[in-house]
Design a protein around this ligand. Structure first.
Ligand SMILES: [Zn+2]
Ligand SMILES: [Zn+2]
Ligand SMILES: [Zn+2]
Length: 100
């Protein structure tokens, strides 16, 4: 988990709040809450895939695709929900029920 400056987080928040496609490819976005713009995002203690904003409480999922290891981010529209496993689908088509 990297730490980024509040000003950097706010700039990324403004850039991506309305346009979330591709945030899974931006490493800094793991530390930015897209609800409030805070950089106080930390891993959830019970779920290694889950990240929680310590400022507003918003939780999201960000983890490596089980098939190809690219980053999957639940906030990114290019990673839609898989109705079968409730995980996110990677651009490669992989998810928890289809690890290719
Ligand atoms: Zn937040
Ligand atoms: Zn993948
Ligand atoms: Zn699935």
């Amino acid at each position: 988990m990297m730490t980024i400056a509040a000003a950097t987080a706010m700039a990324l928040f403004r850039l991506h709040k309305g346009d979330r496609a591709g945030i899974n490819r931006k490493p800094d976005m793991e530390s930015v809450c897209l609800i409030c713009g805070s950089a106080h995002v930390a891993p959830d203690s019970g779920n290694p895939r889950k990240l929680v904003c310590r400022n507003c409480g918003f939780a999201f999922f960000r983890y490596a695709c089980p098939a190809c290891a690219q980053v999957v981010d639940s906030r990114d529209p290019s990673n839609p929900l898989c109705p079968a496993c409730r995980g996110r689908k990677c651009a490669c088509g992989g998810c928890d029920c289809n690890t290719l």
